[in-house]
Design a protein. Sequence first.
Lengths: 240, 120, 147
Amino acid sequence: MSNDHDHDHDHGHGHKPPAPMVEEISDFEALEIAVRELAIEKGLFTAEDHRRFTEFAEHIGPTPAARMVAKAWLDPEYKKLCLTDAIKASFAVGVDWLNPTGFGTPSDYTDLRVLEDTPTMHHVVVCTLCSCYPRPILGFQPEWYRTPNYRRRLVRWPRQVLAEFGLTLPPEVEVRVEDSNQKCRFIVMPVRPAGTEGWTEDQLTEIVTRDCLIGVALPKPGMTTNIPLPVHKPAKPAHH
Amino acid sequence: MSQHDRTHHAKIATGKGDPQCFKGTAGPAKFKVGDRVRIKNLPDIFYTRCQVYTRGAIGEVAVVTHESPAPEDEAWGHVDQSEWFYIVRFKQKDLWPEYPANFANDTLQTEFSERWLESV
Amino acid sequence: MTEAAKPGAARTEWTPVPLLEEIKEHGRVWEDLANQYGVTNPDPPWKTSLDGMCEALGTTSCSPAMAVEKRWLDGSIDRKDVGGAVPLPLLERRWEEDELSETLYQDVPFPERQLLALTHSLIKRGLVSEEDLAQRMKQVHARLTAE
């Protein structure tokens, strides 16, 4: 399915200076390459396997899920599709859940569900058993998502955990935790915030951050980045 | 590199996806949206994805999701017998006795295969 | 699911690997480099490649293969029965990464620490040797900085 948004806004504005780059090879960079080359030579995986998975990892960097939400805010018909067949709705934001393997990625099942927030209900997603996450449309899990701290505490003390992310909700808003423990994968569709009247899809996409899609933050005009979370060490770690 | 997971998926799920590849294999669903159900406390000596914190709790079917072999069987490579899966909604206070009373509306949803549910 | 205990219960004694200790002490982490060069990308350029490598080495996330691994972790089957051809099962790597992140590599930021932990896990299993790695790193440095 084609994506007909206007991405060539920089054309005709002359050359920009190249973005700065790190001009030295760190030991870590060399280590990553060295480990990979030796692993390939020893047949632990093939260069083709590695390239395929890396391409996948890079492809899913920015979140197509953000655009899905922005589109749904603007188009009630598309919103309906998101809520009834999110796998089909994913095509409109460039995501085919059967890629890259033809049957899904090695880890991701292909049943996406969109959880629609309302002014009186807020969803937040966790996987208490491991770290199930809708990767094709949301990228890799943030590190905190797979910590025992988040997994163990969110189901039981959701408001406490959300407060640590800076999200405090009044008692009249129902907090609904979704524990993603089987083959369904989830994203949250937050309520479109005030102050975004007349915005374009691109503008709206920018404020639907990954954290909003997991449900640990709410979109706000002007907020386009995720919140760094201090990682608390569990007192009694669970080993997955 | 052969991995049983990929082989399993490649054979049955190519072009369809998983759980779509199990569609139509579980027969009629026993529960429908709105049904009240109790989570059974079955033994889980080998493997399960049914959380301990839901055992014995009563909730309401929120979504009838899909058909798939249960993870208890799939973990052993048995994919012949499918079941219906259900997202069940619980009141938080029914899961955690100490859940604060001023947040009595808070809920939690999670998913079960049919074998874990009984009518109330 | 009940919390799976690692076979052997007690925490592993991790033996430092001299090469990795050297990198830990003297390697420049992405945060420093990015600050120095004015780069705003939060992740180093090798991060997705590292992720690709972890994917390629084991199976990932909540798959049936992982379920088999869990049965090993809770002691119901032997290690040798875990997914034969998977060189480094995902849960095993993660479990080791979690432990190493709290011990040997606790002062190293992410994702540098993920890379050190992965390498440590591979060396520990004899899947790559420390000597080969030291040698290869020199070659890589030479190749990447060739005039």
